[in-house]
Design a protein. Sequence first.
Length: 239
Amino acid sequence: MRIGIFSAPKAGNHWIKCLLGQVYDLRWLGGEEKPDVVPEEFQAWIAAGGLPDDTIFHQHSRFTPAMADAVAAAPAHLVTIVRDPYDAFVSLYYWAQEKQERGLTHGRTRPRDAVVGKPLDHPDVLAYLRKSYGVNLDRALAWLQSGRAIPVRYEALHADPAAALTAVTDQIAPVAPERIAAAIDACTPDKMRQMDPKLVWHVRSAKVGDSRERLSEPHYAIFRERYANQIRALGYAVR
């Protein structure tokens, strides 16, 4: 059994990885055990037999038919998790602050670095939202619409975790309800933070609707102007 989760950042990748890993007793594959997000490197690694059996991983690689083909040929099951773009943006903002504070930038400069150390409504944060955040929406939408990955919604996992997780496992390999319940219990936010030092700051509020408490009209105006079509296509309401 192998499972690959391909989604945009801050969509709940660690949560669905934990849940499915617990259900099927899979080892998390991360760090230097797998290549970075460059599709060609990842495809070559899989083709060379680099993906071990009984493992699960997540990647933020963009969708391409070649990438989906390579993962499927491993063979591995493909899953994608989708989250409200407003909540995902807030989560990304706070994650960037934590990453900088912990000195985990690894010397790479990325557009999201412009938000570090600045209030959520700072002009530089708004500029990042306007100019660069759309990449994440496009990535999420491409995997969702590809038909190559089993979709699950972050909000559905919160509302009814047993039903949402069962809908995914039924398409991979059906399991008893007891395994679903045990996985849900093992993957609460508090327990996940204890699994890995990185998850202490990767798993922040782990809730639905955080953006409603933190975003303001300037943010909403940009979302409406720049990303209304993507938001609707992803299945969410434009605010």
